[in-house]
Design a protein around this ligand. Sequence first.
Ligand code: IPE
Ligand code: IPE
Ligand code: MG
Length: 254
Amino acid sequence: MMEDLIAKIKTDCLPRHIAIIMDGNGRWAEEQGQERLYGHFHGVESVRIIVEGCAELGIEYLTLYAFSTENWDRPKKEVEGLMSLFVDTIRKEVPVLNKNNIRLHVIGDLSLLPQDAHRELHEALDMTSHNTGLNVILALSYSSRWELVNAVKQIGLDVAAGKIQADGINQETLEQYLATSEFPDPELMIRTSGEYRISNFLLYQLAYAELYFTNTRWPDFRKENLVEAILDFQGRKRRFGKTDKQIEEEAQLV
Ligand code: IPE
Ligand code: IPE
Ligand code: MG
């Protein structure tokens, strides 16, 4: 059945970049009478499956929202539990990433991370930096407003230092100062667990992304859910501000 679903995917118009807000771990756990951390723990299995699924399907970039700037305000016990889960998971997964030619990247304010998480992460970035397959971008201690403020500050400093001209600033300039400067914009953004919001995630980069929302909680999200999201994406009509007629004419020219 899974094969039938995968066979429906048009391999010539896959999204190059999928971004996921992995939401619903806490509720998933609470619904089973468990502590929230139990849900985060199970969420790691979904990460493993979806990373592998994206690699198999030939997706080039996968951004995973793992921890937001605002998540630092959660109860201390949950934050500490999440941090040690990140350290353990990253340590365990590096050999698997290397085996599958997957390169790890991270975006976010890493200065806020505890030292062991910081160290583990940098080791993992180094150890996978030669891989040329799927790029997995972990958004950790990330928020778009943090990223944009940071970019504006850096641009200001570079203007003051005479490195760039203020009146020469355009979209490309701004993009070079974002944490995502190395990556193309996501074409498909998935949010699990039935919340219909962006929660400070890639506000600039999602400008023309197709948004896909599912009620499935993140710990229940499996490869078939990913395939369903991709199939839904492939049924969308992307206009980028133009008319249907223009889009059809352009398609005929290719
Ligand atoms: C997403 O699940 C994971 C993180 C934000 C770290 P939540 O922890 O937000 O789970 P819910 O939304 O409370 O169910
Ligand atoms: C967004 O989920 C952040 C991550 C999934 C890491 P939240 O659960 O923190 O978002 P809100 O608070 O419901 O908007
Ligand atoms: Mg949530």
